[in-house]
Design a protein around this ligand. Structure first.
Ligand SMILES: Nc1ncnc2c1ncn2[C@@H]1O[C@H](COP(=O)(O)OP(=O)(O)O)[C@@H](O)[C@H]1O
Ligand SMILES: [Mg+2]
Length: 237
């Protein structure tokens, strides 16, 4: 498989504070690739840098072989990259359907707007039932579905998910991980960062472990699930 996303020796942070230290990783086309790590490891910082919301200090980000250096966020969306941010950030006063329309601001998605909304309702039937309801009145799991559907409205080739299971009850989180597998089956490559390491490794193809801004392990998800160090440090086994 060829890489959809290649991150090479990436360093980034906030002003003088360096968070990511020479991070290199590949996201294979058609895969679910996971980046797992504890709170504060730098996962969100990496996602924001890939989306163009934070500048890289050093290193490169290649998307489909094209260097994204200096490309503003909307241009990256136009190239087929979409971030579902940590904390969902849906518009609580807008209806479900209005939230979806906002997700289609990438110009290439606009002609297919109505059809795309129907595709999202097929993927997330609960959102169709709630289409006129204000986003803020949805349950946590439904809000996460809405955030993901909004991210998919721009027809991305690569979907970046930042902690999609955060704050969800275990059963709801489980159905969310199943949703991620469904999204991959529609041909979208998924790069997910998570603190729920076990559930994430169970659905991912390959995975990286981030500690203090550095990649400390990289392998297939199945191998990492069996790894004694991972089991002890992250799975409490
Ligand atoms: N806006 C910011 N300004 C300064 N430091 C930040 C900012 N956001 C995050 N950090 C710091 O960067 C580190 C990594 O944070 P983050 O990427 O959010 O980690 P994670 O998503 O893995 O929990 C933390 O030490 C955090 O305090
Ligand atoms: Mg985070």
């Amino acid at each position: 498989m060829t890489a959809m996303l290649e991150i090479v020796d990436l360093s980034a942070g906030y002003g003088e504070v360096r968070v990511l230290d020479a991070v290199s990783l590949d996201v294979a086309r058609g895969s679910i690739t996971a980046l797992v790590g504890s709170n504060g490891a730098g996962k969100t910082t990496l996602m924001r840098t890939v989306a163009g919301l934070l500048p890289a200090n050093e290193g490169g980000i290649l998307f489909g072989g094209t260097d994204l250096a200096g490309a503003p966020p909307h241009e990256r969306v136009g190239c087929g990259l979409s971030l579902v941010p940590e904390g969902r950030l849906i518009f609580p006063a807008f209806s479900v359907e209005e939230n979806l329309r906002i997700g289609a601001t990438a110009f290439h998605a606009r002609p297919r707007l109505a059809a795309r909304i129907e595709e999202m309702y097929a993927l997330f039937p609960i959102l169709k039932q709630r289409r006129r309801q204000q986003g803020g009145t949805l349950s946590g799991g439904e809000q996460q579905m809405l955030a993901i559907a909004r991210g998919l409205m721009s027809c991305p080739r690569l979907l970046l998910l930042d902690e999609p299971s955060l704050g969800l009850a275990p059963a709801v989180a489980q159905s969310l991980f199943e949703t991620i597998v469904r999204i991959r089956s529609t041909g979208v490559t998924v790069f997910v960062v998570e603190q729920d390491i076990r559930s994430t490794l169970e659905i991912a193809d390959s995975a990286y472990v981030l500690e203090n801004g550095r990649i400390v392990m990289a392998d297939t998800a199945a191998e990492l699930l069996q790894d004694p160090q991972v089991r002890q440090a992250y799975l409490g086994l």
